[in-house]
Design a protein around this ligand. Structure first.
Ligand code: LMR
Length: 396
């Protein structure tokens, strides 16, 4: 049965963890996967999470099956974070939200549902994008193409190119957009650019699919949701996949959500009924623990405030690492100006390092980055940054 099975390539991001774990060099540094490490080089257990877990353990909460769409109070807390606590669109009942198995799970149930709804559509993703976007929408049966996004010369967005490519897509294409902290480039659209994109999407009847996995890592919870809220004001139907992996440091708990904005409350109900069919035949219903913790934190004012404070600390530390990295590279005589790193948002820096330079970083120095040159700034700390900037200077 399996004699002709070929070895599949390693995942371009998670495969780096496998190689990193197998590396026996003590000074190794993992700047590959998008994970926040604290100053001690550890994935933090947030205090708000610890308190919620304690309360949950003490309550001896039963572990029955959840509803197919997950915990109701969690789903409504997700809506408030994304659309704003006083959002009219929430009041209108036009949004449905379903708990999902991480942000990836949200994309997957969204993709599978869209395949039933628009079987002949094309999916467009940014060039470059998170590698799993292409893989996931292809696996759902869609042809996937790129729209222009990153301009390496300007180290910004090629908005004209992007608008042109979006106009050229077949009508009613599915357009995947990073709502904030673009992965991998860290380069986001500004408000006017979002507005221009929105107009073209409307004109062409495209279906926006906003992916927001890093809310709170650029400027703050509300600021980072600006694009989602702009779309909410537009009357367009759209999809939003969101994740708490990073913002709650709950990577392995797989806590995410899919929200769909429909044309009316009645339409939204029908959409949810269809989405539930997709979920039931995928994994039946979602797991309890992670989402219960997030639910408790978001719906308890003191825990919510504590969480926002801790998220702010993560954001500020990343910014300090960006600044230090730029200063050190300049001081060490790097043959390239890295000042753009402080302008990039979220966990990543699209460093401009070539595939060969990334390979040298790994082979000669035990420093792991994604082949595209993406490095996770959130994994830098005062103990490893010197070694990282020394190595970068040497491979340039
Ligand atoms: C990343 O881009 O590194 C993260 O989103 C983790 C993942 O699943 O790829």
């Amino acid at each position: 049965l399996f004699s002709a099975v070929e070895m599949a390539p390693r995942d371009p991001i998670l495969g780096l963890n496998e190689a990193f774990n197998a590396d026996t060099r003590p000074q190794k540094v993992n700047l590959g996967v998008g994970v926040y490490y604290n100053e001690a080089g550890r994935i933090p257990l947030l205090k708000a999470v610890e308190l919620a877990e304690k309360a949950r353990a003490e309550a001896r909460a039963p572990r029955g099956y959840l509803p197919i769409e997950g915990i109701g109070t969690y789903d409504s807390a997700v809506q408030k974070l994304l659309f704003g606590a006083d959002s009219d669109i929430i009041k209108s009942g036009r949004i449905i939200t379903s708990q999902a198995v991480g942000g990836t799970g949200a994309l997957k149930i969204g993709a599978d549902y869209l395949k039933r709804l628009l079987p002949n559509a094309v999916v467009a993703i940014s060039d470059p994008s998170w590698q799993n976007h292409r893989a996931l929408f292809s696996a759902a049966g869609f042809p996937v193409q790129n729209y222009r996004y990153y301009d390496p010369i300007q180290q910004g967005v090629d908005v004209e190119g992007m608008l042109e490519d979006l106009r050229e897509l077949p009508r009613q294409s599915i357009v995947v957009l990073h709502a904030c902290c673009h992965n991998p480039t860290g380069v986001d659209l500004n408000t006017e650019q979002w507005q221009a994109i929105l107009e073209v999407l409307k004109e062409c009847n495209h279906v926006p699919f906003l992916d927001i996995a890093y809310q709170g890592f650029a400027e703050g919870i509300d600021e980072d949701a600006a694009a989602v809220r702009l779309f909410a004001d537009s009357d367009m139907p759209f999809f939003v996949s969101s994740s708490f992996s990073k913002s709650f440091s709950l990577y392995g708990e797989r806590v995410g959500a899919l929200s769909i904005v429909a044309g009316s409350k009645e339409e939204a109900k029908r959409v949810l009924s269809q989405l539930k069919l997709v979920i039931r035949t995928n994994y039946s219903n979602p797991p309890t623990h992670g989402a219960s913790v997030v639910d408790l934190v978001l719906n308890t004012p003191e825990l919510n405030a504590l969480w926002q404070e801790e998220l702010g600390e993560m954001r500020d530390r990343i910014m300090r690492m960006r600044k230090l990295m730029v200063e050190q590279l300049a001081a060490k005589g790097a043959k390239k100006d890295f000042s753009f790193v402080v302008e990039q948002r979220g966990m990543f820096s699209y460093s401009g390092l070539s595939k060969e330079q990334v390979e040298r970083l790994r082979d000669e120095f035990g420093i792991y980055a994604v082949a595209s040159g993406r490095i996770c700034v959130a994994a830098l700390n005062l103990n490893n940054i010197d070694a990282v900037t020394d190595a970068i200077v040497q491979v340039l």
